[in-house]
Design a protein around this ligand. Structure first.
Ligand code: ZN
Length: 417
């Protein structure tokens, strides 16, 4: 379907505005010209030329905001090094296809947290001209030390002065935020449990970013990197795995209550990439008659630790700072499966209403878009989705997307006649 010049009214059995309020029964959302015009009762009169779509037993809610993804990575289990043998047009093609997959699962905004060269900004601008595509915020090249995690993107900066220069170069290119690799990650030769930058490096990045009006997001898998990033004033911590090095062995997960207290005091956002690190593989293995027991054991332990961290954060009152994101792109973390992170968060005991805020209004705020998307309220963009049934009763219903609306364009998958 193309862009509808006439007002469109979406009626559903229940509407979640994204604010954490109880569902509004039998309400209607009126959209026109790419924006939400009104939220009214089903019985209220509508403009004469309104096109009415009755979604029936569905939940209408704001489109999801994925605060952490890598659109230009193929999410097909290939390693980073193999992907970056590929030419730019291939990575842009991944980006277009991934954006469409994410849109169809209800994600209407994607914050791209790292792409090679200028591909992040190029993809964002390309998708801005496509009728049915999510809005993209691009970090461009993540800041990383020589040989560090994501170094192949070309954002290498070793000293505080180099970091400041790199931030200004990215700002000149038009990036939307700055991504800092504060600990190691899945790149060959990199260790997730170790810090990559000192506090001085991180402060240089944050200072330069602020001077250019840009927010910062820091990849923090190591516990110590999270502490340093909060102290440096980073706006959003990504992953937050609380990994600690163990001499001669695998790292352990050790929740750090002191860092969490600093996070709470600073009001830092936590972008919890729940399904990243192998949940797609774990689900696949669980469904096989002959699972690889070693892989299953490793992944069960990894996700048990991850849910344990989320539980502790909730117990410590951090629920109000948490954003649920995917980290789709690297390894096996596929696009179009946003619901998996919601299900994992609910499994950790995060109440459904909070999980949904963490994926809509709060995620939009964390990305600096709180005034334009993430809520069903007049004046916001018409970023909407409908899922079958009562989403507040069961967040896994987010897998059953019936309709997505973005920029005045309906992407329907199962609209009742
Ligand atoms: Zn990432």
């Amino acid at each position: 379907m193309g862009t509808a010049p006439r007002p469109l009214a979406l009626r559903a059995a229940r509407i979640l505005t994204g604010d954490g309020e109880p569902a509004r029964p039998d309400a209607v959302v009126l959209v026109r010209g790419g924006a939400i015009e009104a939220v009214c009762a089903a019985a209220d009169p509508l403009p004469d030329d309104t096109v009415v779509l009755d979604l029936g037993d569905a939940t209408l809610l704001p489109g999801f905001v994925d605060a952490h993804a890598h659109l230009t990575l193929p999410a097909d289990r290939r390693g980073y090094e193999a992907v970056h043998e590929l030419p730019d047009p291939d990575l842009l093609a991944f980006g277009r296809a991934n954006a469409e997959r994410h849109l169809r699962c209800g994600v209407t905004t994607v914050r791209d947290n790292g792409a090679r060269g200028t591909l992040g900004v190029r993809l964002r601008d390309l998708l801005a001209g496509v009728p049915a595509a999510p809005r993209v915020l691009a970090a461009g090249r993540p800041l990383t030390p020589p040989g560090g995690h994501f170094h192949f993107c070309g954002g290498t900066a070793g000293t505080p002065a180099e970091i400041r220069d790199a931030v200004h170069r990215l700002a000149d290119e038009g990036v939307d935020h700055i991504k800092i690799i504060a600990s190691g990650g899945g790149t060959a030769g990199s260790r997730p449990e170790e810090c990559t930058y000192s506090g001085e490096h991180l402060r240089a990045a944050v200072g330069a970013a602020r001077a250019r009006g840009l927010r910062t997001a820091a990849h923090c898998r190591a516990a110590e990197s999270a502490r340093q990033a909060v102290a440096a004033g980073v706006d959003c911590l990504e992953h937050l795995d609380f990994l600690r090095p163990v001499a001669g062995g695998d790292p352990t997960v050790e929740y750090d209550a002191e860092t969490v207290r600093m996070i709470r005091d600073a009001g830092t956002y936590l972008s919890m990439t729940m399904q990243a690190g192998g949940y797609d593989t774990l689900l696949d293995q669980r469904g096989r008659p002959d699972p690889d027991e070693r892989v299953v054991a490793r992944l069960e332990r990894y996700f048990r630790d991850k849910l344990g961290v989320l539980r502790r954060l909730l117990d410590d009152g951090l629920g109000e700072r948490i954003v649920i994101s995917t980290d789709a792109g690297p390894a096996d973390t596929r696009f179009g499966r946003f619901h998996l992170g919601l299900a994992l968060a609910a499994e950790a005991g995060y109440p459904a209403a909070d999980v949904l805020r963490a994926a809509t209004s709060r995620a939009a705020e964390a990305c600096g878009l709180g005034a334009s998307t993430g809520r069903i309220t007049p004046g916001h963009a018409d970023d909407l989705e409908a899922v079958g049934g009562d989403l507040l009763a069961d967040v896994t219903r987010a897998a059953d997307v019936r309709l997505v609306l973005a920029r005045g364009t309906v992407v329907g998958t199962g609209i009742p006649a």
